[in-house]
Design a protein around this ligand. Structure first.
Ligand SMILES: [Zn+2]
Length: 214
């Protein structure tokens, strides 16, 4: 989600008790305290309607001890590290981004390049929280300008876990490149991702080549 992965991992490692809980047919939020549980629930309810999942999405939320919010998503659920000073829009953006990762089918998580997955998640969040769109895109634009083109060409080839270790500008540039690719996929039509994944499988490739998104 953003360049604060390491603090998130440290926070998660500390594994504070998740005593507060909010549940619905859509989510099962466990949080460090009631204030956080309510904030996450409110962020979830502020998102565009989504299809009811087979089971409520497990979401664990802890307060971050840095000025960054971050998320980590796997098929097991969503883990959030929330900046106590983040406003509702930023929390909603984070939740929308991580839910988009969660909603990506396992096959797409396996076959799509990390930068494309990051772009798809971020595009969903930009749409879910339009109030942040201009500010975010400007941040991405400036970060991209700060990265040497040759370095950027290397960065976009990284998978998600490797990209998470990048410095701030490089990670934002990675996200920016991903958003551009996700928009390109969208313009190419709804069947595009399926077509690219099927072609990669037919050719025995472990990953859809990035060049196929050009
Ligand atoms: Zn992400």
């Amino acid at each position: 989600m953003n360049p604060c992965r390491l603090p998130l991992l440290l926070v998660l490692a500390s594994c504070s008790a998740l005593s507060a809980r909010r549940e619905s047919a859509f989510f099962d939020v466990r949080a460090e305290d009631d204030r956080l549980a309510v904030a996450v629930e409110s962020a979830l309810r502020g998102l565009p309607a989504r299809a009811a999942p087979a089971r409520p999405v497990p979401i664990e939320a802890r307060w971050s001890d840095t000025a960054c919010s971050d998320g980590l998503t796997s098929s097991a659920g969503v883990r959030l590290s929330v900046d106590p000073h983040a406003g509702p829009d930023r929390l909603r953006f984070l939740v929308a981004h991580e839910l988009a990762h969660y909603d990506l089918p396992p096959r797409a998580r396996r076959l799509l390049p990390g930068v494309v997955q990051e772009g798809l998640a971020d595009l969903a969040a930009l749409r879910a929280v339009p109030a942040l769109r201009d500010e975010r895109l400007e941040t991405y634009r400036l970060a991209t300008l700060a990265v040497e083109p040759a370095r950027l060409a290397e960065v976009v080839r990284l998978d998600g876990p490797s990209a998470a270790k990048l410095c701030a500008d490089e990670y934002l540039a990675y996200t920016a490149a991903g958003v551009e690719l996700a928009e390109r996929v969208e313009r190419a039509g709804p069947a595009t991702l399926e077509r690219l994944m099927a072609r990669a499988e037919a050719e025995g490739l472990a990953l859809v080549p990035l060049a196929w998104f050009d």
